[in-house]
Design a protein around this ligand. Structure first.
Ligand SMILES: Cc1cc2nc3c(=O)[nH]c(=O)nc-3n(C[C@H](O)[C@H](O)[C@H](O)COP(=O)(O)OP(=O)(O)OC[C@H]3O[C@@H](n4cnc5c(N)ncnc54)[C@H](O)[C@@H]3O)c2cc1C
Length: 598
C-alpha cells in the first residue's frame, strides 16, 4: 500500500539550516514567539495528522469520488470526519489574525502544514486550501463588518470558501465574463450567471460555503476593467452571525474528471443570489489577485507534493523489487536478482524526483518567507520582497507543477507495469498531478506573465533585482574552493539569463509574437536557474555542516550528492531551452491555419 511519511528531517533542514527561520521570525514584529521549538512542535503535530488521518483517505477519495444528488454533494467516506478533526485541532486559524480568532502565526508556518496535508491527500487539502485564499482576500479587501461576519467563521473552519472565476466561455480570458450583479435597494446585489469548474463549490463538510465571485455591475466597462468582486454565501448569515436563509446559489452538477476525484468540481448557478461587494466597483480583478497569488503558491506546492509522494513510494519499491543484475556484477548475490535501485537509469529517475522535491521545498519556503515580509517587514524590505515574489510566483507555479508531473511519471515508471495498475497508487498520483499545470493560470499563461508582464514590462528591473542576489551569493561563495563546482555554472547561467532577456526584449520590439513564442522555454529556463541557486545554497550549508562536524554527516553528504546530480544532470536541460527560445516565432507562425491538416 502506498504511504506518506512527512519528510520532517528535510523540512527542518530547509527551515533551520537554509532559511535561518529563527532570525527571520525574530526580525518580524509579532512573530517573535515562533521559536524553532514551537515550530518544531507544530510540524510534528501536523505530520501526525497528515500521516495518520489524511494519507489513508487518499485512495478512498480516488475510488469513491464525490457524488451528486438533488443539488447536494457527498464527499468520500472519512473526508467530513477528517475535516472535523482539522477544525478541532485549530489548523484553519493558524496563520490568520487574532482579531478574527486566528493564531496570528506567519504565513510561512502555514505553508509547512499545507505541504504535509497536501502531499498526504491533495483532493482533501483543496477544501481548506480554498478557504485560506478566501480568508486572505477578505482580510485584505473586506469591510470590518464583512470580516466580522465571514472571516471569523472561515478562520474557525466552521465555514469554507471558494473562488468563482471561470465561466463556460471564459477561463484564461476573464475579460469575457458575463455574470451580472444588479444593485438591490438594501445595498446588496443580485448575482446571476453560471460559473463552472468551481472547486469545493458544494460539499457536506461545513455549515456554510462563502463564494468569492467575479461579476459585472450594470454599465461596467467592457473587458477586465469592468469586473467587480462579491461575497455570495450559500446561506445568508443571520444577525447573530449563523448560517441563515438559503441563498439563490446552487450546484447544478459535478464534473467527472481525470484525477482529484475526492474534490468536488462544481457547476454553480447564481439565480439572483444575494451578494455583497468586496473592494471598490470595477476593481474586482485587482482584489482577486490576492486570492490568485495565494492560490498560485498553493498550486506550486502541489508540484512538490506529488514529487515527494511519488519519490517516497518509488524509493521503497526500488529497494525491494528484484530484477536483473547490476552491470558490474551482483549487488545482492544471496538473492535471485538485484533490487532495481542498483540500475543507473532507475537511480536517475529517483534522483530527479529527490532533486525536484527538495529543491522545490527550498524555493516554496523561501517564497513563503517573502510573503511574511510583504506583510510585516519595514517599508524598504517590503518593496524588495514584493518585487522578488512577483518574479518567483509564476516560476514556482508553472515550473514546479511541470516538474511535479514529470516526477509523478518517473515514480510510475519505476514500478514498471505495476505502476499502471491502480492498486499501487502511482497512476492516481499522475492523474492527480495533471490538473496543477492547468488551473490557477496554465503554464502558458504563467509564462506570458513572467516574460511579458513581470520581466519585459519592468524593463528587466524585476529580474535584475533577483539576478543581483544570485550574483552576490556567487561572489561570496567563490572564495570557498569546494563551492567552485556549483558557483561556476550558476554564475554563467545567471549572466546568460540577463543576456537572453535582453535579446528577447529586442526581438519583441520588432514583433510581439516573439514574446509568446519564447515564453514557456524562458519560464522553464528561469526555473532551472532558480532551482540551481537554491541547490547551490543547500550545497554550501551541507559543506559548512560537514566541515564543522555538526549534525548528521550522512544527511549532509546526501544533500551534496543530490546537488551535484542537479548541476550535472538537470541544469544542462537549459542548453536546449536556449536554442529553442532563440529560434524565433517564425517556425511557429509560418504555417497558415488552413494548412495544419490536409
Ligand atoms: C479540476 C478543476 C478545478 C478548477 N477549479 C477552479 C476554481 O476553483 N475556480 C475557478 O474559477 N476555476 C477553476 N478551474 C478552471 C481553471 O482555472 C481553468 O480551466 C483554466 O484557467 C483554463 O481555462 P480554460 O479551461 O477555459 O482554458 P482556455 O482559457 O480556453 O485555454 C485553452 C488553452 O489555450 C491556452 N491559451 C489561452 N490563451 C492563451 C494565450 N494568450 N497564450 C498562450 N496560450 C493560451 C491555454 O494555456 C490552454 O492551453 C478549475 C478547472 C479544473 C479542470
Amino acid at each position: 500500500m502506498p504511504e506518506y511519511k512527512a519528510p520532517q528531517r528535510d523540512i527542518q533542514f530547509v527551515l533551520n539550516d537554509l532559511l535561518q527561520m529563527e532570525q527571520h521570525y525574530q526580525s518580524l514584529p509579532g512573530c517573535e514567539d515562533a521559536t524553532p521549538d514551537m515550530v518544531g512542535a507544530i510540524v510534528e503535530e501536523g505530520a501526525r495528522f497528515a500521516e495518520r488521518v489524511l494519507s489513508p483517505l487518499n485512495r478512498v477519495g480516488d475510488e469513491q469520488g464525490c457524488s451528486f444528488k438533488d443539488g447536494e454533494v457527498t464527499t468520500p467516506e472519512g473526508f467530513r470526519e477528517a475535516y472535523q478533526q482539522f477544525v478541532e485541532g485549530g489548523w484553519p486559524s493558524l496563520s490568520h489574525s487574532p482579531e478574527f480568532g486566528g493564531q496570528g502565526l506567519p504565513e510561512s508556518i502555514g505553508i509547512i502544514i499545507n505541504e504535509m496535508v497536501g502531499s498526504a491527500n491533495w483532493s482533501w487539502a483543496m477544501y481548506p486550501g480554498l478557504s485560506h485564499g478566501a480568508m486572505n482576500t477578505l482580510e485584505a479587501h473586506g469591510t470590518d463588518e464583512q470580516k466580522q461576519t465571514y472571516l471569523t467563521k472561515l478562520v474557525s473552519g466552521e465555514w469554507t470558501g471558494t473562488m468563482c472565476l471561470t465561466e463556460p466561455h471564459c477561463g484564461t480570458d476573464l475579460g469575457l465574463l458575463r455574470t451580472k450583479a444588479e444593485p438591490n435597494a438594501d445595498g446588496s446585489y443580485a448575482i446571476s450567471g453560471t460559473k463552472i469548474f468551481i472547486s469545493a463549490g458544494e460539499h457536506d463538510m461545513a455549515d456554510n460555503i462563502v463564494h468569492i465571485v467575479l461579476a459585472r455591475l450594470p454599465e461596467a466597462p467592457a473587458g477586465v476593467k469592468g469586473i467587480s468582486l462579491f461575497i455570495v454565501p450559500k446561506f445568508i448569515p443571520t444577525a447573530a452571525g449563523d448560517a441563515g436563509e438559503r441563498n439563490a446559489v446552487a450546484c447544478g452538477s459535478i464534473e467527472h474528471k481525470m484525477g482529484i476525484h475526492g474534490n468536488s468540481t462544481c457547476v454553480m448557478n447564481f439565480d439572483g443570489a444575494t451578494g455583497y461587494l468586496i473592494g471598490p466597483p470595477n476593481k474586482g480583478l485587482n482584489c482577486m489577485f490576492t486570492f490568485m497569488n495565494t492560490a498560485r503558491l498553493g498550486t506550486a506546492l502541489q508540484g512538490l507534493a506529488h514529487a515527494e509522494w511519488g519519490f517516497q513510494n518509488s524509493l521503497s519499491y526500488a529497494r525491494e523489487r528484484l530484477q536483473m543484475r547490476a552491470l558490474n556484477g551482483p549487488a545482492a548475490p544471496d538473492k535471485p536478482a538485484d533490487p532495481i535501485i542498483v540500475h543507473p537509469e532507475v537511480r536517475k529517475m529517483l534522483l530527479t524526483q529527490k532533486a525536484i522535491a527538495e529543491g522545490g521545498r527550498a524555493l516554496i519556503y523561501h517564497c513563503a518567507q517573502l510573503v511574511d515580509k510583504t506583510k510585516l517587514a519595514s517599508d524598504e524590505e517590503k518593496v524588495q520582497a514584493d518585487t522578488q515574489l512577483a518574479l518567483l510566483t509564476p516560476i514556482a507555479k508553472a515550473f514546479l507543477t511541470e516538474l511535479g508531473f514529470e516526477s509523478a511519471n518517473h515514480a510510475l515508471q519505476i514500478y514498471g507495469g505495476h505502476g499502471y495498475i491502480s492498486e499501487w497508487g502511482m497512476e492516481q498520483n499522475v492523474r492527480d498531478s495533471r490538473i496543477s499545470m492547468l488551473y490557477e493560470g496554465t503554464t502558458q499563461i504563467q509564462a506570458l506573465d513572467l516574460l511579458g508582464r513581470k520581466v519585459l514590462m519592468s524593463e528587466g528591473k524585476t529580474l535584475m533585482a533577483f539576478t543581483k542576489v544570485i550574483h552576490k551569493f556567487c561572489q561570496a561563495a567563490a572564495e570557498e574552493p569546494k563551492m567552485r563546482a556549483f558557483v561556476g555554472p550558476l554564475e554563467k547561467h545567471n549572466k546568460e539569463w540577463g543576456e537572453l532577456t535582453q535579446q528577447l526584449g529586442m526581438k519583441a520590439m520588432m514583433n510581439r509574437d516573439e514574446v509568446g513564442a519564447a515564453s514557456v522555454d524562458y519560464l522553464m529556463y528561469s526555473g532551472y536557474v532558480t532551482l540551481a541557486y537554491f541547490w547551490a545554497r543547500m550545497a554550501q550549508v551541507a559543506q559548512h555542516k560537514l566541515a564543522e562536524g555538526s549534525g548528521d554527516a550522512a544527511f549532509y553528504r546526501a544533500k551534496l550528492t543530490t546537488a551535484r546530480f542537479y548541476f550535472e544532470r538537470i541544469l544542462p536541460r537549459t542548453r536546449s531551452l536556449v536554442e529553442t527560445m532563440l529560434s524565433g516565432s517564425d517556425n511557429l507562425m509560418a504555417l497558415s491555419e488552413e494548412h495544419f491538416a490536409f
